[in-house]
Design a protein around this ligand. Structure first.
Ligand code: FUL
Ligand code: CA
Length: 509
């Protein structure tokens, strides 16, 4: 279906929606006709809205990338594809469970393992090529299946997991032909999808085509990445095998944030116009984009590339915290790369730093003072038959309950007050994005005496919220902790929105 046509269909749908009203149940969106009353009095969605799998994916927020493979042993970032399989020679048995344990300490909820990079070497015993781990004579590679170990470890640790599989294959003599797509790449994806129907994301990067070994041809092969991989077919067949997999990248369901430095725009919409290059507005999204395409920020924890290299060092906990505020805190997910070394484990220097960061995150963002405050809203919509929309829903730590203003109210204030003054440093806001991203402008104020209000975070662009926004109240992401502010109250003034604001949670730390 071409985009213009789809756009037309969606516009028509949106018109119907506002004329007749939509009701949202927990899992299914149902069209209401005038004859079916909106017994829950739910706000109408503002399109586009996330699919169930996108909604689950956004809730993962912070997860790891593990670049490990042939390059770990050749000290390269991009292998040419002519590497002998025996060069893959771990000094100990690779231990994907350790990878996940270490990142869990940092507060990450899952991880994506690179099981095939551009050099084409596969870390699982695939039927699609001999260029795989089962062919290495290394004693510590014998019988090792990274995909299987990784999936099992994640399930055991109750973490989300998925795989990075490079579409570009500099080893394959078939690269550039249709046979490569059908018999190699799509099959590899299908094999991987079978390592668990509960995977949350599959990662295809944008580096595609160029020079390589290609089975001895040693030449340059260019493809058209928009059409070559048959993405629509790929997407459907993967979803049949594993319904919650978000396909990342071109044609997928989440967008590249547009840089690899770990930041998103302060204004950041989940909306995008898919069909043009999805990363065009990577950092910011497109306010009236017709497709729900939330941003993912991929960034490196170490200083010498995506793979482990001798002497590489992780960034400081403080810098990691800044990155967290500028990605997770700006309506994007953060996939932070923690590369295993030649022993097949995450080395101590990274493990220690990840733990330090995990402690920092807990100290700074877990004691939610909003829960002890009296909370009030200047507009709250009337209860439905079973649902309520009271401001108390903002502090119940339940992502499925929300406060909502009355229809047509786009200017509304939420006030949190304490009897005794509290030291505050951060405010976290979450829209209930299942009904669409709405808020366009807001401000934050505090009071020391309970009656006069002064602005906070005035240097920050307080525009969009989206799935999650974390505001450092001193306005600085690089030095956000500071002394904090003594406050007897905090108020959030939503000044403009596409329709009545709908927020699921607000936290104050
Ligand atoms: C890029 C690749 O070319 C890099 O090697 C790395 O895997 C990064 C995450 O994606 O497109
Ligand atoms: Ca809630």
């Amino acid at each position: 279906m071409n985009n213009r046509f789809l756009h037309g269909v969606l516009t028509a749908l949106a018109l119907t929606a506002s004329a007749t009203g939509f009701a949202q149940t927990n899992t299914v969106m149902t069209l209401q006709t005038q004859n079916v009353p909106n017994t829950e009095n739910e706000p109408r969605p503002v399109f586009p809205v996330p699919t169930d799998r996108q909604w689950k994916w956004q809730q993962t927020e912070f997860y790891a990338f593990f670049h490990y493979g042939m390059n770990t042993y050749t000290n390269k970032e991009w292998g040419k594809g002519d590497e002998n399989v025996n060069i893959f020679n771990p000094t100990e048995k690779p231990d994907p469970k350790q990878w996940l344990e270490v990142v869990k300490e940092a507060g990450m909820k899952g991880g994506i393992a690179v099981v095939k990079h551009h050099d084409g070497f596969c870390l699982w015993p695939t039927t699609t090529t001999d260029h795989n781990i089962s062919r290495s004579s290394s004693p510590n590679a014998q019988g090792v299946n990274i995909a299987d170990l990784f999936a099992k470890a994640a399930q055991e640790l109750k973490m989300k997991y998925g795989f990075y599989v490079s579409p570009w294959d500099r080893n394959s003599g078939l690269y550039g032909t249709d046979k490569y797509v059908k018999d190699v790449f799509l099959k590899q994806c299908a094999e991987l999808a079978q390592y668990g129907s509960d995977q949350f994301e599959m990662w295809f990067d944008g580096a595609n085509g160029g020079d390589g070994y290609y089975g001895g041809k040693n030449k340059v092969i260019n493809i058209d990445r928009a059409t070559y991989y048959d993405v629509p077919n790929l997407r459907d067949s993967i979803h049949k095998l594993s319904p919650n997999i978000i396909l990342w990248g071109v044609g997928g369901e989440a967008r590249w944030i547009g840089n690899e430095d770990g930041w998103a725009g302060e204004t950041n919409w989940c909306n995008e116009n898919r069909g043009t290059a999805p990363e065009r507005n990577g950092m910011y999204g497109t306010e009236n984009g017709w497709f729900w395409l939330p941003g993912e920020s991929d960034a490196k924890f170490t200083d010498q590339g995506w793979f482990w290299h001798p002497g590489c060092e992780p960034m400081t906990a403080e810098r990691t915290f800044q990155m967290y505020l500028e990605t997770v805190g700006r309506n994007a997910t953060l996939i932070l790369n923690c590369p295993p070394d030649r022993s097949g484990k995450i080395p101590q220097n990274q493990a220690r730093r990840l733990k330090e960061f995990g402690t920092m995150l807990k100290n700074r963002l877990s004691n939610n003072l909003a829960k002890t405050a009296a909370v009030e809203a200047t507009s709250t919509r009337a209860n439905g038959q079973t649902r309520t929309y009271a401001a108390g829903n903002l502090i119940d730590e339940n992502a499925d309950t929300y406060w909502a203003a009355e229809d047509e109210v786009k200017d509304v204030t939420l006030t949190f007050k304490w009897n005794n003054s509290q030291t505050v440093r951060y405010v976290t806001l979450q829209e209930y994005v299942r009904l669409g991203q709405r808020v366009k402008s807001f401000s934050i104020e505090y009071t020391t005496d309970g009656s006069t209000w002064k602005p906070l975070a005035s240097k920050v662009k307080l525009t969009t919220i989206g799935y999650k926004r974390i505001i450092p109240l001193n306005g600085s992401t690089s030095n956000s902790y500071g002394d904090g502010f003594d406050a007897k109250g905090i108020r959030i003034h939503i000044k403009d929105a596409k329709a009545c604001p709908v927020l699921s949670e607000i936290a104050i730390y």
